[in-house]
Design a binder for this molecule. Sequence first.
Ligand SMILES: [Zn+2]
Length: 194
Amino acid sequence: MIAGPLVLGVGGVVGAGLLRERRWWRGLHLGRFAAKLGNRMTTEFVSSPESALPTAPEKAPRIRDLSLCPCKSRLAYGLCCGPYHAGKAKPETAEQLMRSRYSAYFFGKIDYLVDTTHPDKKAPGMREAIQDLADQARWSFLTVLSASQGQKGDRTGKVEFVAEFYVDGVRREHREKSRFRRCRGNWKYVDDKG
Ligand SMILES: [Zn+2]
């Protein structure tokens, strides 16, 4: 993943702009190249907040849908977390919700992160805290270590994972055992006390 070196090499607004341009150019370029080979799902993203995405973008959503999902499922974004983010589908398992929340951090989808937090756990300042983290972190990898319950017929579930990210060019890891609970039929994130 190239997030580290790129993040290390650029900074500030100008740097972020360069990073974005490189990312989209790279995605477009590799997308065309891969199409010739008959495999169009070979590009990967470099983390960047949704609010800072480029202004260009008739083609952007399509490229994003064809690219590998940031949650490292090896599925295309359009077949993985994309429909959840777009409100076209709901995660059927706790792990799917966990992965889609990681991808939401990746793309800076703050509303999704707030909406998928259990109502009992929503606190004043939560949105700002999520926004701060999404703005500062450049997410580079997700490893799901284990999942228990959290299936279609369950009411609760736990997912243990490690998320790798960079803040100011410094690599960090966050390990968590998340707890999830259904609310009105839909999975919601409760806390990290699993
Ligand atoms: Zn995904």
